[in-house]
Design a protein around this ligand. Structure first.
Ligand code: ADP
Ligand code: MG
Length: 273
């Protein structure tokens, strides 16, 4: 097992400002343990620019942990992880790696939007204020500029008439759409969705998936952890089935869902389809 701090052969980081020609996310032998428990046991995968990448698997297989590693909310123990051609959490100088300072990590994290199962909106702020908050506080945008773009984003997720409402006055589906607009307000180049519809009443799932479908059509690169196989099949470009910290099977959603090659994939799909 290689150590995350020794540099190996990998893609050359893209020069600042230039669009990276390579994949949006690349994982090589990514390992992550909590204490003695190895939760990710050598994940290899690639997410291309502009693709919808669906991640499915049983509870406890390491899906959320993997998303949190991409966002550097968790530090990997071994392997390599790149986002847009840049190592997550490390700077490369020559053939040496240096751990980034918290400031640099935060900077890197800004380019990645994350939407969770629970919406985590600020309860004391209106929908509009929730979406304006980070651009003003983190990006230093003027309130006027932030308000204008927040209004556009809330229109885009179908909430033009709900901007002045507080989270408690919104349905779960509406709150989740505010959460998506809030993530988009930071102009991310990658969006991570961690079971965004799992906490919703069934009749509210569709409106959130519709917003995600629109986002995909607009070209956003997205990693989506979901049990919504219909969405994966229709909107997904790739699908990975994970179990017990490894990638068991990967391919086009249609391929994997209709013709799973592994018994573990079949067993899982028989429960969710
Ligand atoms: N911070 C943590 N400390 C200890 N164990 C954790 C932590 N986060 C996750 N785990 C464990 O890692 C395993 C994978 O969890 P998770 O990534 O949440 O799986 P999934 O999202 O696929 O359900 C689980 O066994 C979980 O209990
Ligand atoms: Mg999870």
């Amino acid at each position: 097992m290689s150590d995350a701090t020794d540099a190996g052969a990998g893609p050359v980081p893209a020069p600042a400002g230039a669009p990276a020609p390579g994949p949006m996310v690349r994982a090589e032998r990514v390992h992550k343990s909590f204490g003695l428990v190895e939760v990710l046991r050598g994940i290899d995968l690639e997410v291309r620019n502009g693709e919808v990448f669906c991640l499915v698997g049983p509870s406890g297989s390491g899906k959320s942990t993997f998303l949190r590693c991409i966002n550097h909310l968790e530090k990997i123990n071994a392997g390599r992880l790149w986002v847009d051609g840049r190592l997550v959490g490390y700077r490369q100088k020559g053939d040496k790696l240096y751990e980034m300072r918290e400031r640099e990590v935060a900077q890197q994290r800004r380019d990645i939007g994350m939407v969770f199962q629970r919406f985590n909106l600020f309860p004391h702020m209106t929908a509009l204020e929730n979406v304006m908050e980070a651009p003003v506080q983190v990006k230093g945008k003027s309130r006027r500029e932030a308000r204008e773009s927040a209004e556009r984003l809330l229109e885009r997720v179908g909430l033009a008439d709900r901007m002045r409402n507080y989270p408690a006055q919104l349905s779960g589906g509406q709150q989740q759409r505010v959460a998506i607009a809030r993530a988009l307000a930071m102009e991310p180049k990658l969006m991570l969705f961690d079971e965004p519809t799992s906490a919703l009443d069934p009749e509210l799932v569709g409106e959130v998936l519709d917003v995600m479908r629109q986002l995909a059509e607009d070209g956003m690169t997205m990693i989506v952890v979901t049990h919504e196989m219909g969405f994966a099949r229709e909107v997904g470009d790739s699908l990975v089935f994970m179990d017990a910290g490894v990638v068991v099977e990967a391919g086009s959603p249609r391929e994997v869902l209709t013709n799973p090659r592994h018994e573990r994939t079949r067993a899982f799909l028989s429960k969710v389809l």
